[in-house]
Design a protein around this ligand. Structure first.
Ligand SMILES: *Cc1c(COP(=O)(O)O)cnc(C)c1O
Length: 459
């Protein structure tokens, strides 16, 4: 391929991407099922004998792929907990993609190592976590939970005289693992991957917001790991860290926090009360691809004791002190890896503390507007809207299911379903930099209209 062909191809990709994003507001927020069917059909053949011209590959991708996407990059997608991509972070992701650096070490890419060091330092500052903590940029909060809990496993067993990286878990002292009844499913998956088991956890009861009840706490003995949550995936509720962390530490336990999105409240003076006490934990898992609004895949593990993280993740030099420059391979489950630090650095650099705080506060305010509007429309809000999450029912489970279906078909916005405290509910997560108050009002109108249509009201 000659250089000009490559230039044209990359510019074509950029143009197609820009018009895709430009057109998102005027299309349905849901995937077009017919477009998905056509995409599946077009992809149905076997591995081709001969290749296709590069520009045709791109044309295929845009023609079949773009219409089959969900509009999660848009401003009215409220499913799961889904951030968009900040323009600076998306553009940085493209440029770094063209660099094609391998971020496993400071030798394979000194530039990525530099961006990653700064991204981690700024993340700790943004989230109010200790400056000296170790960190790892991983694929998401699931792997961040994994990374943190591997460090926890290392440290609590080391204190019990056991070297888990060398000896494995066979014959090791038993670790007591404590979680809340509303712990995120990924923590169970991670416990399974770490050999700590899904079913042998001690489960603490939770209240109507999904928060661990800080009363009648059991006596636990070390080695122990206590998993708390900052931001329940449905309600946005926070476990009471100011009581639970001192209780756990008194028993010699390691305290881990799954804070996939909740910890971002720390950037805002208005919201910081929600995360009070969480900085006293020993490890924190969060996502950057949710509320920081960077492209996938971007999660962050921060561990107070950087050495515990290093010992748990080191590839072969576990018993050597870390070098002067940080090699990511010694701190993460990955070896070869992409430029996560660039995506995150660009987001933090483009927002600054002021921009990040504004975005977080705006999304929380928008969640409250949504909740108030839905209440006025006759729906019932099931959670205290303390953060960016709204859990809402429209009467009985059947009606709620019909409203969700209607809203998804209408396509003005996209909201998913959940079961909250035994009831079917719609969950609305306002997590995008791109969401304006006008988007909230349009979505509110669409949801209210769906509710009226299902109830048989005439406006
Ligand atoms: C989203 C989420 C996770 C999993 O994060 P991924 O980025 O999907 O791996 C874990 N815990 C909570 C509370 C979450 O909201």
């Amino acid at each position: 391929m000659v250089a000009t062909d490559r230039l044209i191809l990359l510019q074509d990709a950029a143009n197609r991407a820009a018009s895709y994003l430009h057109n998102l507001p005027s299309r349905s927020a849901a995937a077009d099922t017919e477009a998905v069917r056509q995409l599946r059909g077009a992809l149905d053949g076997d591995m081709p004998a001969a290749g296709m011209a590069d520009n045709d590959v791109l044309e295929f991708l845009d023609h079949y792929g773009s219409p089959a996407t969900v509009a999660s990059a848009g401003s009215r997608y409220f499913g799961f907990v889904t951030g968009g991509s900040l323009p600076a972070s998306l553009a940085a992701n493209w440029l770094a993609g063209s660099w094609d650096q391998n971020g496993f070490s400071s030798v394979s890419s000194p530039a990525l190592a530099a961006f990653e060091d700064t991204a981690l330092r700024w993340l700790k500052q943004a989230l109010g976590l200790p400056e000296t903590a170790g960190g790892a940029l991983v694929t998401g909060a699931t792997l961040a939970n994994f990374t943190c809990l591997a460090a926890a496993r290392h440290q609590v067993l080391k204190q019990a005289g056991w070297d888990v990286e060398r000896q494995g878990l066979f014959g090791a002292p038993e670790i007591t693992v404590v979680v809340g009844a509303e712990v995120h499913a990924t923590v169970y998956k991670v416990l399974a991957m770490l050999g700590l088991g899904r079913d042998r956890v001690v489960k603490l009861p939770t209240d109507e917001q999904g928060r661990i009840r800080a009363e009648n706490l059991p006596d636990i003995k070390s080695p122990a790991i206590v998993c708390l949550q900052a931001g329940n995936v449905n309600s946005g509720g926070f476990d009471p860290a100011t009581t639970l962390i001192p209780w756990a530490h008194k028993a010699g336990a390691w305290v881990h926090v799954d804070a996939a999105f909740g910890l971002w409240a720390a950037i805002s003076d208005e919201l910081a009360g929600l995360v009070e006490g969480f900085a006293d934990a020993d490890s924190w898992a969060t996502d950057a691809h949710k509320w920081l609004n960077v492209p996938y895949d971007n999660g962050v593990a921060i561990v107070r004791d950087a050495d515990a993280l290093h010992q748990a993740m080191a590839i072969n030099a576990a018993y050597l002190p870390p070098g002067a420059t940080r090699d990511a391979i010694e701190y993460t489950p990955d070896s070869s890896r992409r430029a996560r630090g660039v995506d995150i650095w660009a987001a933090l650099q483009s927002l600054g503390r002021a921009g990040l705080s504004e975005m977080i506060e705006r999304n929380c305010r928008q969640a409250r507007i949504m909740a108030d509007g839905l209440r006025q429309a006759g729906a019932t809000i099931l959670n205290d809207v303390v953060l960016n999450q709204v859990v809402v029912t429209f009467g009985n489970d059947e009606t709620t299911g019909q409203v969700i279906k209607h809203v998804q078909e209408d396509g003005t916005c996209w909201c998913g379903g959940t079961v909250w405290q035994g009831r079917a509910a719609m969950r609305i997560s306002v997590s995008s930099w791109a969401t304006t108050d006008d988007d909230i009002n349009q979505s509110l109108d669409a949801i209210s209209a769906a509710f009226q249509a299902i109830r048989g009201d005439r406006p």
